[in-house]
Design a protein around this ligand. Structure first.
Ligand code: HEC
Length: 135
């Protein structure tokens, strides 16, 4: 093999490896079509949000009132941080603890999925509906 051929072969292999390892995006915890038709898990998250009345402090559109905008917060908070704050609260700062709220504790993943979808801008309005065949 000539040096040139070796060189070309090396480039071809490098490109193949690079494109093969591309991607690796985190899977989304929610599914949504048309901005508001969501899967059953996300629907449960919305119902939990309503049942726990998070909106009385964080606003009906999650954009903040007494409490901060969760649309902004979930851009940087990890899921672990989210779970800890909702469970334990930040009592000195006015965020209540939901550790005694069975609905919230049982549906924490769903609640996160719904709010993450809002924060990502994928769920474009606060009031969601079940997607066809889901919910
Ligand atoms: C009584 C008012 C109140 C209610 C009800 C409430 N929150 Fe909060 N929440 C707050 C306040 C105030 C803060 C800001 C605490 C701070 O400054 O650290 C906060 C902070 C948070 C944070 C952290 C935001 C950040 O950027 O650090 C999350 C997440 C959160 N709340 C989620 C929820 C969820 C989910 C519910 C419903 C299950 C809820 N909250 C209900 C008042 C409330």
């Amino acid at each position: 093999m000539t040096t040139l051929a070796r060189c070309l072969l090396f480039i071809a292999l490098s490109v193949a490896v690079a494109s093969g390892s591309a991607g690796g995006e985190e899977p989304k915890p929610y599914k949504v079509v048309d901005g508001y038709k969501v899967d059953a898990v996300t629907m449960t998250g919305f119902r939990t949000w309503r049942a726990a009345a998070c909106d009385r402090c964080h606003g009906a559109n999650q954009e903040g009132m007494v409490g901060p905008s969760l649309v902004n917060s979930l851009k940087t908070l990890t899921k672990e941080e989210f779970v800890k704050i909702v469970r334990d609260g930040r009592l000195d700062k006015g965020m209540v603890s939901f550790s005694a709220n069975k609905t919230v504790m049982d549906n924490m993943d769903a609640l996160y999925a719904y709010l993450k979808g809002r924060s990502d801008g994928a769920i474009t309005r606060a009031k969601v509906e079940p997607m066809a065949g889901g919910g």
